[in-house]
Design a protein around this ligand. Structure first.
Ligand code: ADP
Ligand code: MG
Length: 443
């Protein structure tokens, strides 16, 4: 049995039934150790997660496992390091708290993404205003609307808010990820159902496509997408897209499609400042009926800076610890809980120079070579990893990374970062190397 595959399938099932923040908080560092005599052993990062999964998700996990493993009857949890993840291990979690009686999942009461529960700030007000305008009057203001920005900064939230509001207006709305669009298209072609496919995608008032950068490099899908776009746009139907980068920076995007994306309105969502993070946490605490002090909120907001999803996850985790221990959340508790789960980058800043030097040193190449024109494998590889790390650890823009590494073009950088990102999923030695470099960086 391929335990990694089975666990991926199980996670896939659990993911759709849980809120995203809960899913990432509790299942990110888990793995399937194996199944013997009907007992599945699930690897968890620490004792706390073990307690929580046992109390809250045991039935769900067993149900999902049973679908993929013949006669799996029991689940046991074991603390250890997941082999499949490029995650930071979690040392020194407090073990053995006495779980308090709770019946509801912390996030179960949270309403779906809407404009009402979106906190507007400088970093997202343009995207918010454009989304509002589009939802109010689909097809007649900004068409298409293209929203871009980093992971976890509210793109999908805005997209779903538009979908919701337009649907309330009795518009025919279709929300898909670009991945689903692609899969649907492939399935339609292989089953001779392209007419049905067109019917689905071209007969809507509002088409929202999430993470459109997924189309990069997929020529056939881009072609079909181009026609879908034109058909809808001609009929003054609303199109909305999100992407992790602006149209210009999506590699191998057909020029005609790029120019379509740029026809309407392009708005970005940026990193929220401290005040905004505090406001978002307050709103989330309110929605979840958490009683939590300003000090705790501020502590969390200061620690988690890059990603609003992680911000929410951190709050859930702190509150779950408090709940299980039967105490109030305090900044000290938050520090204990988050200190061990946050990656070091949230606490400490590393500089561009440090990252480049760490990569050069690790692979034993000179700075001169790393930044120079050489294209031998022994040099290109460390260079790509340096690019990846500059993106991940320093959040440098693609053009800036290119500049730092010998004046390279931003498309080269994007290609490198995507390549390493993709490999990190499947290449264990690479993950190990990268985590060693990280360790040295933050040591
Ligand atoms: P993206 O699609 O950009 O990766 P999401 O839209 O999934 O990010 O947002 C991640 C999480 O953060 C979601 O739970 C979302 O509701 C929340 N979130 C993001 N931005 C805001 C905001 N401005 N106000 C409230 N919640 C937000
Ligand atoms: Mg998203």
């Amino acid at each position: 049995m391929d335990t990694t595959k089975v666990w991926q399938a199980v996670l896939g099932e659990l993911e759709v039934t849980l809120s995203k923040a809960n899913f990432t908080t509790w299942f990110k560092q888990t793995d399937l150790g194996g199944v013997e005599n009907g007992t599945a052993v699930v690897i968890v990062p620490n004792a706390f997660t073990r307690e929580w999964l046992k109390r809250k998700y045991l039935d769900d996990i067993l149900a999902a496992l049973s679908k993929h493993v013949a006669d799996c009857q029991r689940v046991e949890f074991s603390v250890g390091q997941a082999k499949a993840a490029g995650n930071t291990p979690v040392p020194g979690e407090p073990a053995g708290e006495t779980p308090a009686q709770t019946e509801e999942l912390p996030a179960a009461r949270v309403p779906k993404n809407s404009f009402e529960n979106f906190v507007v700030a400088d970093s997202n007000k343009l995207a918010y205003a454009a989304a509002k305008a589009v939802a109010k009057d689909p097809g007649s203001t900004y068409n298409p609307l293209f929203i871009y920005g980093g992971a976890g900064l509210g793109k999908t939230h805005l997209l779903q808010a538009i979908a919701r509001e337009a649907a309330l207006k009795e518009k025919k709305v279709l929300y898909v990820t670009a991945e689903k669009f692609t899969n649907d298209l492939i399935a339609a072609i292989s089953q001779n159902r392209t007419a049905a496919f067109k019917n689905t995608y071209r007969k809507v008032d509002v088409l929202l496509v999430d993470d459109i950068q997924f189309l990069a490099g997929k020529k056939g899908t881009q072609e079909e997408f181009f026609h879908t776009f034109n058909a809808l746009h001609q009929d003054e139907k609303q199109l909305v897209f999100t992407s992790d980068r602006p149209p210009k920076a999506i590699p191998t995007l057909e020029e005609r499609l790029r120019s379509r994306f740029e026809m309407g309105m392009i708005a970005d969502v940026g990193l929220p400042d401290l005040e905004t993070r505090v406001a978002i946490l307050r709103a989330q605490a309110r929605q979840r009926h958490y009683e939590v002090s300003d000090e705790v909120i501020e502590y969390i907001a200061k620690q988690v800076q890059q990603n609003i999803r992680e911000l929410g996850g951190a709050l859930i985790r702190v509150m779950a610890h408090a709940e299980l221990a039967g105490t109030q959340a305090t900044p000290k508790l938050a520090e204990q809980v988050l200190g061990s789960i946050l990656t070091a980058r949230s606490h400490r800043l590393v500089t561009t120079t440090q990252v480049v030097e760490a990569a050069a040193k690790f692979y034993d190449v000179s700075l001169e070579d790393l930044k120079g024109p050489k294209r031998q494998k022994e040099i290109v590889r460390p260079r790509q990893i340096a690019m990846y790390l500059l993106r991940e650890e320093v959040s440098l823009s693609y053009p800036k990374i290119g500049q730092e590494l010998g004046g390279r073009d931003h498309t080269t950088v994007i290609h490198a970062v995507d390549k390493i990102n993709g490999e990190m999923e499947v290449n264990e030695p690479l993950r190990h190397e990268v985590s060693l470099i990280r360790e040295r960086l933050y040591a």
